[in-house]
Design a binder for this molecule. Structure first.
Ligand code: MN
Length: 229
């Protein structure tokens, strides 16, 4: 048995809907600008340019029902509601045709973004890490196994802040669908069991204030309710 010099931490994990078991989270990959209307609101031409990715630490996940501190170092925190894919296996150069075989299940999540730090990073050609991969930046609902719900490709996705609808779209509007995303990403990194993929947000991203309650849903997949105190 490995002897560690300091006490090792528990794996980050998420609940699985209807189960006592939990899903261990390894890494969190996120797709940028994967809905045309969101690309446009961010001032970009939604051409089908190759997908691009950024990541968050695995322990940035926040589970359904939590209240977490409002993030530091931002005056412009944005919500981005997204379909989340949870992988049960991985590999390199996965073909689209078998990509869904690696999916354990799906959830709804929110890619919290320090938009002010991201705008500055874009302007100065600096990395996005501190605008995307901060503590508690990946609220995510319980995972629904694909064995129960199949592989959703046409479903309403909604985010409410304090009861008011802020984002409402359909996951069928993704520029790169889930198999294409898995195939492409597996050409950049070897995907592994436990990886989560946040698949991008529809339009309507906006500022969240201290004390806000975020309620997210994807029809047929699940819901998520997290408060930033
Ligand atoms: Mn996003």
């Amino acid at each position: 048995m490995t002897r560690y010099a300091i006490e090792p931490w528990e794996l980050p994990s998420l609940p699985i809907a209807g189960s006592e078991e939990r899903f261990p989270v390894r890494r969190i990959f996120c797709v940028g600008r994967n809905y045309a209307a969101h690309a446009r609101e961010m001032g970009r031409d939604p051409d089908r340019e190759p997908p691009f990715f950024f990541s968050k630490p695995g322990d940035a996940v926040v589970e359904d029902g939590s209240t977490v501190p409002f993030p530091s170092a931002t005056e412009n925190l944005h919500h981005e509601v997204e379909l989340v894919v949870a992988l049960k296996s991985g590999g390199r150069d996965i073909p689209e045709s078998s990509a869904l075989d690696h999916v354990y299940g799906y959830a709804v999540g929110v890619d919290l973004t320090r938009r002010d730090l991201q705008d500055e990073a874009k302007k100065l050609a600096r990395p996005w890490d501190m605008s995307k991969g901060f503590d508690n930046s990946a609220p995510c609902g319980a995972i629904r196994p694909a064995g129960e719900i199949g592989h959703p490709s046409d479903a309403r996705i909604v985010l409410k802040v304090n009861g008011e609808v802020r984002q409402a779209g359909n996951i069928n509007a993704m520029i790169w669908n889930v198999p294409e995303t898995i195939a492409y990403l597996s050409g950049l990194v070897e995907l592994k069991a436990g990886d989560l993929i946040f698949t991008g947000t529809p339009e309507g991203v906006a500022k969240v204030d201290r004390g806000s309650r975020l309620e997210a849903s994807v029809d047929g997949v699940g819901t998520m309710d997290v408060t930033l105190r």
